[in-house]
Design a protein around this ligand. Structure first.
Ligand code: KG4
Ligand code: ZN
Length: 340
């Protein structure tokens, strides 16, 4: 069964072809980083327009790479939310129209479910049930995952997401856009401990997070002083250490609470090398294991959407669409994962 996956929830257009028997046949992503760089953040209207420009050439590319024709597609999975409404509508509209033309089902997929299941695409996948740490630009959540579609929220951020904290702090340190990877690169040249930042909610006794205060704490340190490059690097190192310490401690606490031995890390911040190193050590010490998606599947991509769609089909979900459909569809810019 060949599933086309389409991701367009934010600033990446991602298309992929996943075959339930043969695995991932092709995937291609176009990042809009250059387009939004001048504005220091994603401009929704520009994002939507760029998705429109990229989607057809990317479809041609993945079909060519997989050496299949359009008629070989058995179902089309697309991100229906959460995300930017206009950007989501481009992918949804395209997917539903193509599904109608090819007379195959269209499958609306939750973006976070895509991230959550993406480590299952790796060569050494986890098995259900597991605990997942979802750390992206918009979300920071710990979930208990019993199977496809069975997600229990254990804890989440009360304010900013981890990725958002990285991005906002990078911006206030003048590190450019997108901030997360830039800040992480800078942190590698710095030394944690020279500046002191809080570890928010480390001892709160629950699995909630709060990262907005960290950005303010950084602001307090940089106000009224000229920062040399080394100062910035040391601040970045301390900032990254603070976030990682809290993420790791709560992830280990979630494993303990649920009695699970497998931790899955998904979402853009999961690409952070220092986070991975800390979780590798921490889980090993706890007699547990940590699983990551392939590094190129950490950030937004179509492969995780195709895969999630395929898993849903295999679980007996029929989707909708095809020639018999009335052509109506919707997107959900806000959509709690537990409601899927
Ligand atoms: O999952 P994702 O691609 O998009 C969302 O669904 O939000 O995550 C993007 C987020 C951004 O905030 C970005 O700065 C962050 O992931 N990110 C990183 C790193 N790579 C991406 N944060 C810290 N370290 C990284 N290496
Ligand atoms: Zn994402």
């Amino acid at each position: 069964m060949l599933v086309l996956g389409i991701e367009s929830s934010c600033d990446e257009t991602g298309l992929a072809l996943y075959d339930s028997g043969r695995g991932l046949l092709a995937h291609a992503v176009h990042s809009q980083v250059d387009l939004h760089e001048a504005y220091g953040g994603v401009v929704p209207e520009l994002a939507s327009r760029d998705h429109i420009r990229r989607i057809v050439p990317l479809l041609r590319k993945v079909l060519e790479e997989a050496a299949v024709g359009r008629e070989g597609i058995n179902a089309i999975a697309y991100t229906a939310g959460p995300g930017l409404a206009g950007a989501l509508l481009v992918g949804a509209g395209f997917a539903e129209a193509l599904a109608m033309a090819l007379d195959v089902p269209a499958l609306p997929v939750h973006h976070l479910e895509g991230h959550l299941l993406s480590p299952l695409l790796s060569t050494d996948p986890p098995r259900f049930p597991f605990v997942a740490l979802l750390v992206s630009g918009g979300h920071t959540q710990l979930m208990r995952v019993a199977g496809v579609g069975q997600y229990e929220l254990l804890g989440e951020t009360l304010d900013d997401a981890a990725g958002e904290a990285f991005d906002k702090t990078a911006k206030l340190l003048g590190l450019g856009y997108p901030g997360g990877p830039q800040l992480a690169r800078m942190a590698e040249k710095g030394r944690p401990g020279r500046f002191t930042l809080p570890r928010p909610m480390l001892h709160s006794g629950d699995l909630s997070f709060s990262f907005s205060g960290l950005k303010t704490a950084v602001l307090t340190q940089v106000r009224n002083r000229a920062l040399e490059e080394q100062d910035k690097a040391d601040l970045c190192a301390e900032f990254q250490a603070a976030i990682i310490e809290v993420l790791a401690a709560k992830s280990l606490a979630a494993l303990k609470l649920t009695g699970q031995q497998q931790l899955v890390v998904a979402g853009g911040v999961g690409a952070n090398r220092a986070l991975r190193a800390t979780l590798d050590v921490g889980t090993r010490a706890a007699g547990a294991r940590v699983f990551y998606p392939e590094i190129e599947l950490c950030t937004d991509n179509g492969a995780m959407i195709a895969f999630a769609g395929a898993q849903r089909l295999l679980a007996g979900w029929e989707g909708k669409g095809g020639k018999g459909s009335k052509g109506s569809f919707g997107v959900r810019p806000r959509w709690p994962l537990e409601e899927v």
